[in-house]
Design a protein around this ligand. Structure first.
Ligand SMILES: [Zn+2]
Length: 220
């Protein structure tokens, strides 16, 4: 059997973990001292899971052609896939599994609409979690970023990519909790992740979702 190529990231963790990134590469997270033979055995045992995930990521990538906001195209909104339907209407709306889009709306116009929706949702979630976490932020802005979902500046200015509006609500919540946790810890230390976990126990799933779906940032 051919060996599956992988990238290894060693750290102070105690267990082995496998992930498939958005380029369908296998990433192995391993304790500092763990031998390569143990790692290879583990990969062999998980080979079915690995090939399934890699196939999923590659299939998804090949389906991503240029998005034009035309009838019949699929678009993600809050983690749900909608089919674009152009109609003689003034406003964007959702009806069942359809995203109704005004006939004359451009892709830029739709991006503006997404930005407004994202801004409303994020502000509400930031206020909600900041209250729970007793976190004092100075501002909230939407960013055009295609490489990062959020950031927290030295003066606790929060930035969120408006493309987050394509993600499920619980994933958006994770990004909000992540950035609000940076108000307390400006790093990605164990203390930082412990704080994230306190308010978002399933944060690892959200990170996986973002990693697997990173390509959605490129669609619009
Ligand atoms: Zn961070």
């Amino acid at each position: 059997m051919n060996e599956i190529p992988y990238e290894i990231i060693r750290s102070n963790r105690k267990t082995l973990a496998l992930t498939i990134d958005s380029e369908a590469r296998l990433i192995v997270r391993a304790p500092m001292q763990l031998g390569e033979d143990v790692i290879r055995d583990f990969i062999k045992k998980k080979s079915r899971w690995i090939s399934d995930k890699q196939r999923y990521v590659r299939d998804f990538a090949s389906k991503q052609s240029e998005f034009l906001l035309e009838d019949g195209e699929n678009v993600l909104y809050l983690g749900k896939s909608y089919t674009v339907l152009r109609k003689d209407v003034q406003e964007v709306s959702t009806v069942g599994s359809f995203l109704i889009v005004p006939k004359n709306m451009t892709l830029e116009g739709y991006a503006d609409w997404m930005k407004i929706q994202c801004d409303n949702i994020i502000r509400e979630r930031v206020a909600h979690f900041a209250n729970l976490m007793d976190a004092k932020y100075s501002s909230v802005k939407m960013s055009n970023a295609k490489r990062r979902w959020g950031s927290c500046g030295a003066r606790n200015t929060l930035n969120f990519a408006w493309r987050l509006v394509m993600c499920p609500q619980w994933v958006i919540d994770y990004v909000v909790v992540h950035e609000l946790s940076h108000i307390t810890y400006k790093d990605h230390s164990a203390r930082f992740w412990a704080r994230v976990a306190t308010f978002m126990p399933n944060y690892r799933e959200a990170r996986d979702w973002l990693r697997l779906n990173r390509r959605i940032m490129e669609v619009i």
